[in-house]
Write a protein that binds this ligand. Structure first.
Ligand SMILES: [Zn+2]
Length: 346
C-alpha cells in the first residue's frame, strides 16, 4: 500500500494465537454482528481471560503503548484487572466510567502502559504512539475492525510497526487492514473468509498464497482448496463428506522411523467395522509435525505438553481414547486424515 511505503502509516503485523484463539463457532449473529450475551457467556471467564492476558503480555514484550479491545464494559474491566494483577499499569475507558477521559489522557501522556476499551474509544482517539493492539472482541463488521486498527497506523518517530495480536480471529472474517472484506448482501456470493492463514509455528497471519512463513520461515503444509464460504457450502459437491466412525479401541506403540531414527507414536484406532485408522505422531521433529502432535495431545488430554516423544509415551495413559473419529472420505498418501475426535464425557 502506497501510504505505508511512503512512510505515512505504520505497518501492522498481525498475529493470532496457537494456544488461546477464541472460537466463535456456533455464536449467534444478530444484525451482522455476534450476539454480545453469547460472546460474554463464552469468553468473559476468569480462566480464559487469565490465559489470554498472560499470552498477550509475553507477545507485547518490547512494545510500550498497548490497547486492548474487549467485548463489553465488564469484560473490559476484567481484562484491565488481570493486567494490573500482573504488574502492567493498565486503565480502562468506557461509556459508564467517570474517569474515562482522565484515563485516556493519562495513556496519551504515557503515564500508564495500557488502555482497555470497548469500541467507543476508536473514534477521535489520538495517540500515535500505540504500538501494540490486542483484540479480545470478535467482530464480523470490517468497519469496526478497520477503525480499531487505525489506532495503530499513525506514524511515530522510532516505530517501524504496530503488532496486532488478534485472539478473536477478526482478520479471517474482516480481512487485513489494507484489504478488508467488503460485506455482501444476503444471498450474494463471495464475502466471508479473507484469504489469509496463520502460521502454525509463530502465529503470524499472512496471505494464504505464501508457501513459507515470512516471519519464521516454516514451509507450510499444502492447504486444501481455500473456500470463500465460512459454512463450507462452496465445497459441497466437490469433496465427499467426511465419515464418522465409532471407535472400539485405541492402542499406542513406539515406532522408530527407518533411516532417520526419529521416534513416533504409532496409534491404531479400531473402528466398529473392523477398519483400522492409523496415525503417527512425533514431538521430535520441527514445524508442522510438532504442531500436529501438540494439537493431538491437547485434544486427547488437555494436560501439559510433553517435551519429546519419549516423554509422551511415558504419559500415554493420560490420554482419553476417542469414542468416534471423523475422517476424510479418501486416504491421503495411504493414511486417513482425521478431521474430528469425539470423546464420551465420563
Ligand atoms: Zn511462522
Amino acid at each position: 500500500m502506497r501510504l505505508i511505503k511512503n512512510g505515512y502509516m505504520k505497518q501492522l503485523v498481525t498475529k493470532g494465537s496457537i494456544e488461546n484463539q477464541m472460537n466463535t463457532e456456533g455464536i449467534k449473529v444478530i444484525r451482522g454482528n455476534y450476539d454480545e450475551k453469547e460472546l460474554i457467556d463464552r469468553f468473559d471467564r476468569k480462566a480464559i481471560t487469565n490465559k489470554i492476558v498472560e499470552e498477550a503480555i509475553v507477545a507485547g514484550k518490547g512494545r510500550h503503548h498497548w490497547m486492548f479491545f474487549c467485548i463489553n464494559i465488564e469484560h473490559c474491566e476484567h481484562v484491565c484487572q488481570e493486567l494490573n494483577e500482573r504488574g502492567i499499569n493498565a486503565r480502562y475507558a468506557h461509556s459508564k466510567c467517570d474517569d474515562s477521559d482522565e484515563n485516556i489522557e493519562a495513556f496519551k501522556r504515557g503515564e500508564c502502559d495500557a488502555i482497555c476499551s470497548v469500541n467507543q474509544i476508536t473514534t477521535g482517539f489520538d495517540a500515535p504512539f500505540v504500538d501494540y493492539i490486542v483484540w479480545m472482541a470478535p467482530k464480523m463488521s470490517s468497519a469496526e475492525w478497520i477503525q480499531g486498527l487505525g489506532r495503530g497506523t499513525r506514524i511515530f518517530p522510532g516505530q517501524a510497526d504496530c503488532l496486532v495480536k488478534d485472539f478473536a480471529g477478526n482478520i479471517v472474517r474482516c480481512g487485513p487492514f489494507t484489504d478488508p472484506v467488503i460485506p455482501r448482501k444476503k444471498g450474494e456470493k463471495g464475502g466471508g473468509k479473507a484469504p489469509v492463514r496463520m502460521c502454525p509455528q509463530c502465529a503470524r497471519y499472512q496471505p494464504a498464497s505464501r508457501r513459507t512463513c515470512s516471519e519464521c520461515g516454516l514451509v507450510f503444509p499444502i492447504l486444501q482448496k481455500i473456500t470463500t464460504q465460512a459454512d463450507g457450502s462452496d465445497i459441497m459437491g466437490e469433496k465427499p463428506a467426511d465419515r464418522k466412525l465409532g471407535i472400539l479401541n485405541t492402542s499406542y506403540k513406539l515406532h522408530i522411523q527407518k533411516g532417520t531414527g526419529v521416534k513416533f507414536i504409532s496409534i491404531d484406532h479400531i473402528a466398529e467395522e473392523g477398519e483400522i485408522i492409523n496415525e503417527y505422531i512425533t514431538f521430535d521433529k520441527k514445524g508442522y509435525e510438532t504442531y500436529k502432535a501438540k494439537q493431538f495431545w491437547r485434544e486427547s488430554c488437555g494436560g501439559s505438553l510433553p517435551k519429546n516423544t519419549t516423554e509422551a509415551l511415558e504419559n500415554i495413559a493420560r490420554l482419553k481414547k476417542p469414542s468416534a473419529l471423523c475422517v476424510e472420505a479418501k486416504k491421503k498418501k495411504g493414511f486417513y486424515v482425521i478431521t474430528e475426535r469425539h470423546f464420551d464425557e465420563v
